[in-house]
Each structure stands twice: as C-alpha cells, then as structure tokens.
Design a protein around this ligand. Structure first.
Ligand SMILES: [Fe+2]
Length: 503
C-alpha cells in the first residue's frame, strides 16, 4: 500500500477545479489534460498508469480516489476477487459510496429503458421517471439488492419519443440522476440521431471535453465498437474487473452512461490482447466463457443471441446489429468459410437481415469491413472473404434496404465506398478516434474508394448518423464531430443509395 500513499500525496498538489455537486462540470470550456497517458501505457495498465488515468483531466473527490485505490489493490492481489468482496464493500461504506458502478442506460425502446448499476449495500432503491412533456411521474422500486452484484432496473410503461429525466434515491437521498428520450415508434416519421465510435482505450473514458460534445449533440443512443474500458488483461479476470472499476469511477464516463443509452461490442484489447481472437494457444474455452460472463455483467446490452456477445435490436426505424468479431472465430480454420463469425453467428446474421422490418440497418464490425487500410490485417479480408461476400450478396439478392456498415480497430477515422459488381455500393464508416491514440495511415494507398481519413492522433472525434424520414426521400447524414464540437465531415446518403435496386 506504500505506493498508493505516495501517489495520493502527489495527486493532491492540485485543487479540484471542475467537479460540481453532480460530479461533472456543466461548463463547456475545454478542460486541459493533466496526465497524458499513451496507448502503450494504457496497454500496460499498472497501478501508476491507472491512477494517472483516474485523474487525467482533474482530481477526483478524495473518497472516490480512496475507494478506487483500495479496491484496485484487492483486485490486483486476488485473482478471484469480485465486486462482492467484503473488503471492497467495506471500503465503499467507509468512503460513502452508495453506487460502485453506473448508472448506465441501455436497451432503449419506445416504452422502456434499462438502468444498470452496482450498489454497495442492500438498501432498496426508488427510481422516479418524469415525462418532461407532461410532468407525469412514474415510480419504480428495487428491493432485494445483492451488494456488489450488477442490477438492471427496467423503467417500463413509458410514452414513445418522449423526453424523460430520472432520479435514483436510496433512503430518500438522491444518489444519481440523468435523462433519456424514448425511441420513436417504427411508423413515426421524423429525425433520429445516433452516435458511434470506437477505441476509447481507457484513455478517452476520462475525457470531459469529448463527453461534453457528445451530450451536446443529443444523440438518442450511442454504439461503442470495441477497445473500450479494458486493455490487454488477457485471462486475468480480476484485472478486467479492476478496469471496469476504473471506468465506473470516471466522472465523464458516468455522465455519458447516465444520459445516453449505450450499446457495446468488444474488440481484441477488451477481449484478450492485441489481434487475439477465438481460443488462442495458451488459453482455454473456460477462459472464453469467463470473458463472455464478464462482458455480460459489465454492460447493459439487449439480449445476446448466441454463444458470443452479438445481438440485434430495433430502435425506431433502425435495426442495430452488433457483431461479435472476436470470440466466435475459429483460429485453426483461418481463411476458411465460417471461421470469422462462426457458423451460428453467420446464419443468425443472414436471418436477422432477411427478417428485419426496419427501413434502416446498421451492422457493426469491431474490425474493418474493407481491406484498404493495413490490407485487411486482422479482419474479414485475411480471415473470411467468403462469409463477407455471402453477406454482401445476400443484401443485394434480397434487396435489403438502408444498410450502413460501421467499424473500428484501425485507429483513425475514415469512410469507404465498397462498390459491388451489380452497381450497388455499400458504405463503411469508421470512427476509431474516441481515445485519440496512434494507428495506421489516415488514407489508403489507393484512395479511389475513400471518402475521407484522419489518423488516430489527428483528432479526438466521434461519428453521428441522423436519419431523416420526414422528407419525401428519406436520407441519412453522417457527421464527424471532434472534442471541441467542430464538425469535420458531413456526408449525406439517400435511402435509395443505401438500398439495392430490384433487377
Ligand atoms: Fe484499438
């Protein structure tokens, strides 16, 4: 514990500047970074580095820091420690931490949303949801709470496409609050805004400037495509927990997760390590099961559909399909049909695309769909071109409407046309710049099919789609927005462009 005390003393040279009673600044002025953590350091993630991340944009209140330090020590010393550890719960009590995780919104529907959180005590919760259009209040109770075990509270019976605020109380004391807007019905014509991005790499989770700009744009949901909160922890499940604790102590992260429903999938670094997938040598199927269980516990996604962490969900007019492009790979069959998604997921994806009645579909891949950057390095292009071709062909043959591809992994932000022999073009957008970490070149060697490109360290930015169905010819507008709120890119695609034409 000696190192912890030294770090604490060092950290207290500075004054808390930007934290208000809600634990996050409403001031939109840019906050300067105090501790710059590199990607290499994030991958290492030792005590000193994780502590630097914790205070990277401003010092946390002392009780939060102390709780984090004490709990991280317990995780690092004990491979089996989890959030129900008696010492972690005692530390939370000592430091007056009613919540040790969350709130995190997820699974938004027209009549409900789910709040994920982790409590330090058995004290029951009351959640108030107030419809801001008519002030109608609904109250939800959560009893029988296991301390340290993730809770999911479904706020149901809500009105569609309505603005709500919510407040969470423990023993009449408000311990958290946030807002959300319920999804529109699938028939409703209007505007729907969705944000997305990848590669926070732990670093970006602590960036108040980026979170402020995301919230300011007011997206109704956000999709995160991997390399989010855990970095290179391999099968050390205790350190996965430690990284999720670090996430949950971040004030910008809590502000984001309490106010925008999140949908997540993993990539290599939050799965095992760089470019690892499936069950590589040194690891076992038990490790994969444990990693999946860890994922289920620490995110708030809709119901998973198979063995992996993939799912689909309709939000208003958009079917969101998030693939598991890591854990279902068959590493012994690289290059053969079915090795990338696994046959269960490949067949599920085909059925999901065929059966969806949503006019628009977003399909996420943790790695890139196209091969223009790094020659397909660890993605479809070097693993399973047959399965990719089968999906692209199915979209054309079945005239599947409104398809957008999104991706991550190759740090930077880019967009590509993927022209098909039929004349139809698929569009891929990548916003792998949430952490502003280095990666490959911004532009491909052959730029024929590239719409734009920024290298990973050029910008800290996120992607946004606005679906407009209230005009005669529906369209989607993509924007790339940086941490200062500047719109760097704008591209409009019509529904007709995104839909194969019937022959
Ligand atoms: Fe990454």
């Amino acid at each position: 514990m000696k190192n912890i005390n030294i770090l604490n003393k060092l950290c207290f040279v500075f004054v808390i500047l930007f934290i208000n009673n809600n634990g996050f600044s409403q001031n939109t002025n840019t906050v300067s970074v105090r501790n710059k953590v590199t990607l290499k350091e994030a991958h290492k993630g030792d005590l000193a580095i994780d502590t630097m991340l914790l205070d990277s944009y401003g010092l946390l209140p002392e009780n939060i820091r102390q709780f984090y330090m004490e709990s991280r020590f317990i995780f690092s010393e004990n491979r089996d420690a989890n959030f129900t550890n008696i010492k972690i719960l005692a530390s939370a009590k000592k430091h007056n931490m009613a919540l040790i995780g969350g709130p995190m919104l997820g699974n938004l529907k027209q009549d409900k949303v789910t709040i994920w959180l982790r409590k330090s005590s058995t004290a029951p919760l009351t959640v108030k949801a107030i419809n801001l259009d008519n002030n109608i209040e609904k109250i939800y109770y959560k009893k029988n709470i296991d301390p340290g075990v993730e809770q999911r509270i479904v706020l149901d019976g809500l009105a569609a496409n309505s603005d709500y605020k919510y407040e969470i109380y423990e023993n009449k004391l408000k311990i958290a609050e946030g807002k959300f807007t319920t999804a529109p019905t699938s028939e409703e014509k209007g505007l729907f805004k969705l944000a997305f991005g990848s590669d926070f790499h732990k670093v970006g989770l602590h960036n108040p400037n980026l979170v402020t700009q995301i919230i300011k744009r007011d997206p109704k949901v956000m999709l995160l495509l991997g390399d989010i909160a855990v970095d290179d922890r391999e099968n050390k499940i205790n350190m996965h927990r430690s990284d999720y604790l670090l996430r949950d102590m971040s004030k910008p992260w809590r502000y984001l997760s309490a106010n925008i429903p999140l949908y997540t999938a993993w990539d290599d670094h939050d799965y095992l390590n760089n470019d690892l997938s499936g069950t590589p040598e040194r690891f076992t199927t038990d490790d994969v099961d444990a990693l999946r269980a860890m994922w289920y516990q620490n995110w708030n996604n809709p119901k998973y559909k198979g063995e992996g962490i993939y799912f689909s969900t309709q939000i208003g007019l958009v079917e969101v399909i998030m693939l598991d492009t890591r854990s279902c790979r068959n590493v012994e069959a690289r290059g053969q049909y079915g090795c990338y998604l696994g046959m269960e997921q490949q067949n599920w994806l085909k059925e999901t695309l065929k059966n969806s009645t949503a006019p628009f579909k977003i399909i996420s891949s943790g790695t890139m769909w196209s091969d223009d950057i790094s020659n397909g390095k660890d993605s479809w292009g070097t693993w399973d071109t047959l399965a990719r071709e089968e999906i692209f062909n199915l979209i054309e043959v079945e005239n599947i409407s409104g398809v957008l591809l999104i991706s991550g992994d190759r740090h930077g932000t880019r967009a590509f046309n993927i022209p098909r022999p039929s004349g139809y073009t698929l569009y891929e957008f990548e916003a792998g710049t949430l952490g502003g970490v280095p990666g490959p070149e911004a532009m491909a060697k052959d730029t024929t099919n590239q719409l734009f490109g920024y290298a990973g360290t050029d910008v800290i930015a996120f992607g946004e789609f606005i679906f407009n169905t209230k005009i005669d010819k529906p369209e989607v507008t993509f924007r790339l927005i940086d941490e200062h709120g500047e719109i760097l890119e704008k591209h409009v695609l019509t529904y007709d462009q995104l839909t194969p034409q019937k022959k």
